[in-house]
Design a binder for this molecule. Structure first.
Ligand SMILES: CC(C)(COP(=O)(O)OP(=O)(O)OC[C@H]1O[C@@H](n2cnc3c(N)ncnc32)[C@H](O)[C@@H]1OP(=O)(O)O)[C@@H](O)C(=O)NCCC(=O)NCCS
Length: 154
């Protein structure tokens, strides 16, 4: 697997992976494009050896605060550590950009995503009742980020 930065040239592949990863509630092309166009956006992916895009993380880093908007792994590649590898890479990238905290909201019934967030050391810091249009609650997760190491003195 190869980690990569994603941009507007990857739009079609990301939209296709969204549709496969979320049978209900996938982001449409406009939503993905809006995220890719965000000047505070941080977009990382994992590609298989044949070049296929198998995982995507879309986030924003606004000065000290980073937020994960989406993370998705191709259905046939799940529970092999890819989500964790990608989220670890995102955490490192956020810290390197100077963010002090990464937060996100997740559907209360999305067990796999909550297992992933817990596995990398995030903790639940809140709940928003009836947050989603279908009435499901959102849980808020966060992790404090360590500053990236200072360069070695010469
Ligand atoms: C959530 C998601 C990204 C996890 O990706 P993944 O590659 O399967 O996760 P990993 O294999 O890296 O697993 C990370 C941890 O979560 C746990 N986990 C993942 N899926 C799980 C499941 N279905 N049930 C229980 N635990 C699970 C793993 O055991 C692992 O914990 P560990 O490191 O302590 O063993 C993936 O399920 C997915 O794409 N879901 C659909 C999209 C989605 O809901 N995204 C989140 C909201 S935007």
């Amino acid at each position: 697997m190869m980690a990569c930065t994603l941009g507007i040239t990857d739009l079609d592949e990301i939209v296709a992976l969204e549709a496969r990863a979320f049978p209900a509630g996938a982001w449409d092309r406009g939503a993905v494009q809006g995220s890719l166009d965000d000047r505070f956006g941080l977009h990382l992916g994992l590609r298989a050896e044949d070049g296929a895009l198998v995982a995507v993380a879309l986030g924003v880093v606004i000065f000290e605060h980073a937020e994960l908007l989406r993370i998705l792994v191709a259905p046939e590649q799940r529970q092999r550590g890819l989500g964790r590898a990608l989220l670890d890479a995102l955490v490192q990238a956020c810290a390197a950009l100077g963010a002090e905290r990464l937060s996100l909201e997740v559907r209360a019934e999305n067990g796999p995503a909550q297992a992933l967030y817990t596995a990398i050391g995030m903790r639940q810091v809140g709940r928003r009742r009836d947050y989603y249009v279908d009435g499901e609650d959102a849980l808020l997760y966060a992790i404090d980020l360590l500053p990236s190491p200072a360069p070695e003195p010469r």
